[in-house]
Each structure stands twice: as C-alpha cells, then as structure tokens.
Design a protein around this ligand. Structure first.
Ligand code: AMP
Length: 193
C-alpha cells in the first residue's frame, strides 16, 4: 500500500515466539514507510558487538527470559527520541505491563499515539514447527528446545496479558498468522487504517 501522507503512525506487532512478527514487521515497515524497531534485533546487535548491554543480555536471552525493563525502555527511548513525525513499527516491544506504560509515556512526550496493536495468532504446534525450522536455518542460540519452551511460557505469563490492555483501549487487532507470509501480510494490512 502506498503511503501518500506521512503523519505519525505507531504500529505494534505482538504474538508468541514463532508467530512471524519479524517477517511481517519487515514487510510492513517497508510498505508503510515506518522505521522498524525490533528490540530482539537491537539486543542481538549489542551481543554481537560485545557492548555492556550485550554482555548483560546474552545469558538472559539464551535462557529465554526477559531483559530488564529499564534497559529495554532506554533502548527504545533513544530510538524514538526526536523522531518527527513518529513513524515506527515496534516488533517485540512492549512485552511487559511496565514497558507498555513506558511506551504510552514516550509517545505522549513525542505528541504521538498508538495506531494499532496487531496480535498475530498461530496454533502452538505450528509455532514449535516454525521455531525448529528457524533454529536449523539461522542458528539462533535461543532457538533450542528448552529455551523455546521457556520463551512460550514467558510470553503467556508476561506478554499475553498486554493484549487485554490494548483491547480495553480499543487498539487491539487480532489477526490469524496461519498460512503463507503473503496471506498474513494481506490480513495485517487489512486491519490497519
Ligand atoms: P525476539 O527476537 O523478539 O524473539 O527477542 C529475543 C530475546 O530478546 C527475548 O527472548 C528476550 O530475551 C529479549 N527481548 C527482546 N525484546 C524484549 C523486550 N521487549 N523485553 C525484554 N526482553 C526482550
């Protein structure tokens, strides 16, 4: 979809590990001229560069746990700071209620508001199948069986409740993430204004 005018736009892509957030985020960011902010990618870049943050994050990521909120919020804040207009696609953030509240504040500070929170829904068997495939192809160190199981559990416990948070604010769009990348992309663009 071509974007003819570029006012503020902030879209969240949510969903369990393996739901296809990264793939859809890349497509959507390009189609709507949004800056893609993937906290997972940012963290992996820090790990690769061996920064202080990367050193702190590595063990947490390999265990499938969440990196502390304050580190994540600072990372996102520095990206959004001064973006004018704010046009961002957030992939994998927020993941906790603290992060969601921080995002509300960050956006208010920038005079922007959330456009939509898109939740990709995929059946559990399919999630595991995709993550195992990704482990073989990309060799992500957190795509092994025990870490995958923990990341699912962490998602259910800490991140899934955020869907209610956005639903109560009238921002939640649930989209089936089953089927081909193209089909999912069409559904996602279909729910956005
Ligand atoms: P992802 O690529 O989004 O699956 O993220 C990979 C890992 O990075 C997660 O399992 C967490 O350890 C960490 N991570 C990414 N985003 C966040 C976030 N918003 N809050 C806390 N930890 C995060």
């Amino acid at each position: 979809m071509a974007v003819t005018e570029s006012g503020p736009e902030v879209v969240l892509l949510m969903g369990p590990p393996g739901a296809g957030k990264g793939t859809q985020a890349a497509l959507l960011a390009e189609a709507r001229e949004l800056r893609k902010l993937s906290t997972g990618d940012m963290l992996r870049a820090h790990v690769g560069r061996g920064t202080d943050l990367g050193v702190k994050a590595k063990g947490i990521m390999d265990a499938g746990e969440l990196v502390p909120d304050e580190l994540i919020v600072a990372m996102v804040r520095s990206e959004l700071d001064g973006m004018e207009p704010v046009r961002a696609l957030l992939d994998g953030f927020p993941r906790t209620p603290v992060q969601a509240a921080a995002l509300d504040e960050l956006l208010a500070d920038e005079g922007a508001e959330l456009t939509a929170a898109v939740a990709l829904e995929v059946e559990e068997d399919e999630l595991v199948r995709r993550l195992e495939g990704r482990a073989r192809q990309e060799g992500r160190s957190d795509d092994n069986e025990s870490t995958i199981r923990n990341r699912m559990e962490v998602y259910r416990r800490q991140t899934q409740p955020l869907l209610d948070y956005y639903d109560e604010r009238g921002k939640l769009e649930r989209v089936s993430g089953m089927g081909s990348v193209e089909d999912v992309f069409e559904r996602v663009t279909g729910v956005l204004p």
